[in-house]
Design a protein around this ligand. Structure first.
Ligand SMILES: [Zn+2]
Length: 549
């Protein structure tokens, strides 16, 4: 008897500790709606330059929309590397577990020599539920994703799919389609499959493709996907509003649709291509992409302020490019005027990629005039020759293809030579990133937060009853455990492996990467997706499936 009470006491204490360990460090009153906004790869220097640019061009006042909400920083990293990649960093925000580069909401493979956090080798490749999935599964909230890249790209995938390699769109895209998102706005028309289109038909999901009018006039209650472009959307500065909506417009449309759900909603909005501009060291690209994102922040904070039941956090996933205002060749940096630093960049009316698109279609003799028109730069003969000998300029005399770089990077080099913005790399950087937040009761995550703490904050703001690790034991259980002792085989004859389980006369067919199974060929909808990992030949699926047979 005495032994039993001691065990009970220990179990009780242990569950308190585990529960406490998953709590955020201060009380957070749950709200009906939770919105996460991610300016991908945005180092703080870009934010400062965007604000100065806005002031210099008198295009929005002294403050950015984000300014009143700045509240701390985030230490973001991968499980075995201080410098993060888009896939593992947002995956950690969504799941609470740091992961390795390329990982999409999946438990990392242990790297004992380098791991920065405890990693259990036995958990490798275990799909990890995300806060988006939990909002839907536990609270029947509406869910939405708004991005400016193809829909299965790293950050949106991190919220709604699971795989160890971010590039495997063929396994990630169906999961996102079968997640039954209420809203998916972004790019990636070339990635849609007939199976996904059929699933949308079966579920009454509205699919809008490259049709901005249909998008603008949509105000239905259906689930809706609106995709623009074969893959990513154009940069905001190069965007034609007649054919492609802005991030702000897509965000507003998402809020209009999701706020119809009586249980509330979870929304992730990504300013996806700040990161692309940073990788390209394109200063005007970084600035204009961040400003386009900041407009979406204004829309969201306006909604949250009026709505009164919405938590918002805004945070990059990692730094990029080492962007600075000021550079080694700016000797008299402390005497550099506002004009010295922002006059020229303010004349750039296209990103490097946008200007490249125009020049690639133009005759060499037009280059100087076109460059002048879009940047006010007078090209030198040497710069003109560099452009003409770019490897992707078809008109070029092939013998001149000396500098084998694309024209976009030549354009960006010329633009940067007329400014004093510095870049230390074309890759990600390891510094902490900014954090901004809004909560109707002021329960915001002040100070420096780790990526894991951000997840705890989101779980608290949603008011999740079942901690994510516990939820994994409900929806992502190994088929060998769920169907232990039963007769099951894996059919690999189709594009996606199918697990077949037999019991008596009944057969359950479970295709990978979807949320529909077939009991004696009759479709049965699941409230979570099934994940198959070839590395360990394992299906991860709801434990409740055993009860279907
Ligand atoms: Zn990123």
């Amino acid at each position: 008897m005495k032994k039993l009470s001691v065990c009970l006491l220990l179990f009780f204490v242990f569950s308190i500790i585990t529960f406490a360990r998953q709590q955020y460090r201060r009380p957070v009153k749950p709200t009906k709606n939770v919105i996460v906004m991610i300016p991908d790869g945005t180092s703080i220097g870009v934010v400062s330059a965007a604000r100065w640019y806005q002031i210099y061009n008198n295009s929005g006042g002294e403050h950015l929309a984000i300014d009143p909400y700045m509240c701390g920083t985030v230490k973001t990293f991968s499980s075995n590397a201080p410098i993060g990649d888009s896939a593992p960093t947002t995956s950690c925000y969504m799941t609470g577990m740091p992961q390795r580069t390329g990982n999409v909401a999946i438990y990392p493979v242990a790297d004992p020599a380098n791991d920065l956090v405890p990693v259990d080798p036995d958990m490798a490749y275990q799909p990890l539920p995300t806060v988006l999935e939990a909002a839907k599964y536990q609270q029947n909230k509406a869910t939405g994703l708004v991005v400016t890249v193809e829909f299965p790209h790293a950050t949106p995938a991190d919220c709604a799919a699971h795989y160890y390699a971010r590039g495997k769109y063929e396994y990630i895209a169906p999961q996102m389609a079968y997640q039954n998102l209420d809203v998916m706005f972004g790019g990636g028309n070339s990635i849609l499959t007939d199976d996904i289109r059929q699933y949308f038909k079966n579920t009454g999901t509205v699919l809008i493709q490259d049709d901005v009018e249909a998008f603008r006039s949509f105000n239905g209650k259906e689930k809706v996907w609106a995709l623009f472009g074969e893959r990513e959307l154009p940069y905001d500065l190069d965007r034609d509003p007649e054919t492609v909506p802005s991030l702000q417009e897509m965000t507003q449309k998402a809020l209009d649709r999701l706020s119809q759900n009586e249980n509330g909603f979870f929304l992730m909005v990504e300013g996806s291509k700040v990161d692309w501009s940073a990788h390209g060291n394109d200063a005007i690209g970084c600035i204009s992409e961040y400003l386009a994102f900041d407009k979406a922040v204004a829309t969201v904070m306006d909604f949250a302020g009026k709505n009164g039941e919405t938590t918002v956090i805004v945070l990059p996933d990692h730094g990029n490019s080492g962007f600075t205002i000021g550079r080694r060749d700016l000797k008299s940096y402390d005497k550099a005027t506002f004009d010295d630093l922002f006059k020229n960049v303010s004349k750039f009316r296209k990103t490097g990629e946008g200007l490249e698109r125009i020049l690639l279609k133009s005759k060499p003799e037009r280059f100087k005039a076109i460059f002048k028109e879009y940047t006010d730069i007078d090209l030198t003969e040497d710069e003109l020759n560099q452009l003409l000998s770019s490897k992707n300029y078809k008109e070029a005399d092939y013998m001149k293809v000396s500098n084998s770089v694309n024209m976009a990077s030549v354009i960006i080099k010329i633009m940067n030579s007329r400014t004093y913005f510095g870049f230390t790399t074309g890759g990600h950087t390891g510094e902490e990133v900014f954090l901004a937040a809004y909560h109707p009761d002021g329960d915001i995550p002040v100070g420096m937060n780790t990526n894991v703490e951000i997840n705890r904050y989101l779980c608290a703001a949603l008011g999740l009853k079942t901690p994510l690790p516990e939820m994994a034991k409900e929806i992502f259980v190994k088929h060998t455990d769920v169907f232990s002792g039963m007769d099951y085989t894996i059919d690999r004859s189709t594009a996606f492996p199918v697990l077949k389980v037999k019991k008596g006369n009944a057969t359950l067919s479970i295709p990978a990467f979807k949320s529909v199974v077939y009991l004696n060929d009759q479709p049965v909808a699941l409230s979570s997706v099934v994940v198959y990992i070839d590395k360990n030949d394992t299906f991860y699926l709801p434990k409740s499936l055993a009860g279907k047979l």
